[in-house]
Write a protein that binds this ligand. Sequence first.
Ligand code: GLA
Length: 359
Amino acid sequence: MKNLDVTSSMKICSPGRVNLIGEHTDYSFGYVMPMAINLYTYLEGNKDKDVALYSENLRMGGRFKIDDLRRENNWLDYVKGIYYILQSRGYRVGGMHGRIYGNLPIGSGLSSSASLELAILEFLKENYILNLKKMEMAIIAKEAENNYVGMPCGIMDQMAIVLGKKGYALFIDTENLSYEYIPFPKDLKILIFDTGIQRELAHSAYRERKQFISLILKKLGKHNSKSIGENELSKLSARERKMLGYVVRENQRVLKARDALKYGDIEDFGALLLEAHWDLANNYEVSCEELDFFVNKAMQHGALGARLTGAGFGGSAIAIFESIQDAGERIKREYEKRFMHQARYHIVKPAEGVRVCMH
Ligand code: GLA
């Protein structure tokens, strides 16, 4: 690996994201309300002929030639995926060398992969003068996941990471990609609790749910989950009603949660988060014992609301507090005693999206 030429290197800050509400709604073109958070992937590097990167968190380097984008089934695929999509869209970009580090936990449901992909894309955009608008960047990063990595995700994570704004949540209609910045109350604390669990099941279960919901919508002749009402739901089998019913209610909750934030109704906002969690757990079946345990504990420790965030089956959960004190530490201790493995927590704020940043 070459030494970094620090005098001319460029540093990119790419945030993670947390979803406040609107879970498993983006792949049926519903509503979501995530935010970029102040936990980051940093990429520091220079232009080069080929690609050579070192991940400090993984303690692993990797290199490839930009005309050889074979998949490797490791973290380098997120980098190759961006090259692959750029090339297939006709962009001519060269290589890079550099290092990747940061405080965004990897594989914890806070979109570390989208954060890395967008760090790479931002670097390439700036260094190879690509004329890319923010929304195009989000779409390219989503295509890298869908068409190269093979993860059939929606667009929520990428839009949150590209469009994030300090102090704001992002309300998105994932059908027409319109969005609105919603001020997030300054005195509300957001606790992210990383259960420390990564389940393989998450990938297959995510795929299954996406396919199932798409099939039901097709059967109903609908293109998105926002336009489904009781009339349509009543035509479905019990299982279909249970799954799509969750999505329909979740879309409504996102609208209510957006309004609750706008009007400062933080208690209503918290109640919607909690309701969303139990609907996800009982009807959409993407929770697990560890996430449910956290949600119950967070409420006992004074949270206004709590829920799993991201795809589920482990990963992270959030809780919203007016006064947090040492709740994070106490919940962590109780969790570790109960499950005998380590958890982590972070208190985060809504942050700016991916950008070039200074040292
Ligand atoms: C993952 C996907 C997102 C979204 C969530 C569930 O984070 O990447 O597109 O579907 O799961 O809400």
